[in-house]
Design a protein around this ligand. Structure first.
Ligand SMILES: Nc1ncnc2c1ncn2[C@@H]1O[C@H](COP(=O)(O)OP(=O)(O)OP(=O)(O)O)[C@@H](O)[C@H]1O
Ligand SMILES: [Mg+2]
Ligand SMILES: [Zn+2]
Length: 314
């Protein structure tokens, strides 16, 4: 009896001390920028919540950390930040894309159909996983025509300002908001949590310039490999104006390296180009274009129509 009494008192003492420590800890804990309030009251901005669970193996309770719901919002914000969506397309959405002409409906419907399949594309990794909008009559083909023929083809086969980029940026946002990716292996274990889908938007001319400059840098290829790595490994690469940059052998190597690696790992590319299948091959190289067009399968759309930028009343 005395023993029980003793244990009881000792326990009380431990609890008292634990409480004092807790208070000390709370008081000494740095507060958030908002004074005493935390951005997330649930986890107090630590990013994780603790569950008490019973461990069958050791027959005792233990703490189990799980990510707090606020991490999801934070991760989403980060995904948007890292996606590098150009500011002029911040407002590009599906609900503000007009569907008055045939080509607008084709672009809209094909993007919509692709997104309907997209979660399954991410899960199953099929061979045909990409989406491309290209021209019927490529920019460099038009440029090679002379005088009158050129002016005529330019009008009858216009591929500019159709809203290709508008829709693909809207698709990028949709994907980041909704699509989940489950990494198969994380630190040698089966991953417990899936995560949001990561997107990277690059614009051909500036991206090729960046790569070219990085290659010239005297930093043992560090900048170059960082740049390349993000394009190779991101879940979805959105490539705007593909084949717009002036051709060079070193650019052709970059195109091949990126496209081939994504092709081998079945990672989607969403792209738009003002070139046609023939001229695109000349700009990015046949090896790269054959893989890329193969990745699209049926989802390669040759589009032309009226330039939205030049519409009446604009
Ligand atoms: N159907 C549409 N409804 C609303 N806005 C549109 C539509 N089509 C294009 N726009 C707007 O017109 C501008 C040009 O569109 P966008 O840049 O997407 O065209 P594009 O086909 O990518 O052209 P380019 O080949 O020149 O890059 C953008 O500001 C876009 O938001
Ligand atoms: Mg565009
Ligand atoms: Zn939280």
């Amino acid at each position: 009896m005395a023993n029980v009494q003793h244990i009881g008192t000792a326990m009380q003492e431990v609890l008292k001390r634990a409480k004092a420590m807790q208070t000390h800890y709370e008081n000494s804990k740095p507060t958030s920028e908002h004074g005493n309030q935390f951005e997330c009251e649930d986890c107090r901005d630590t990013g994780s919540l603790i569950d008490r669970i019973y461990d069958d193996e050791y027959e005792r309770e233990k703490d189990f950390f799980r990510p707090c719901h606020c991490q999801e919002t934070r991760n989403l914000k980060n995904r948007f930040k890292n996606a590098l969506i150009p500011s002029e397309f911040e407002n590009a959405r599906f609900d503000n894309y007009k569907r008055d002409t045939e080509v607008q409906r084709l672009l809209f419907d094909s993007t919509h159909d692709y997104l309907k399949e997209f979660q399954s594309i991410v899960n199953v990794k099929p061979e045909h996983n990409s989406l491309g909008f290209i021209a019927v009559f490529g920019e460099s083909r038009i440029r090679n025509l002379d005088g009158e023929a050129r002016a005529e083809v330019k009008i009858s086969h216009n591929n500019f300002g159709l809203g290709k980029t508008h829709l693909q940026m809207a698709a990028a946002k949709w994907i980041m908001n909704r699509v989940r990716v489950r990494d198969e292996i994380a630190l040698g274990q089966k991953s417990k949590y899936d995560r949001g889908c990561r997107v990277l938007c690059v614009s051909d001319v500036s991206f090729m310039d960046e790569l070219t400059n990085a290659k010239r840098m005297n930093d043992e290829g560090l900048t170059l490999s960082k740049l390349l790595n993000s394009a190779l490994t991101v879940d979805v690469l959105l490539w705007d104006d593909l084949g717009k940059a002036k051709w060079s052998e070193s650019k052709e190597n970059f195109y091949y390296q990126i496209i081939n690696e994504r092709y081998r790992n079945k990672r989607p590319i969403i792209f738009s180009s003002n070139e046609d299948t023939g001229t695109l091959s000349e700009k990015i190289g046949y090896a790269a274009s054959s893989r890329l067009l193969g990745m699209c399968g049926e989802r390669l759309y040759k589009v032309e129509g009226a330039d939205y930028r030049l519409r009446k009343g604009a």
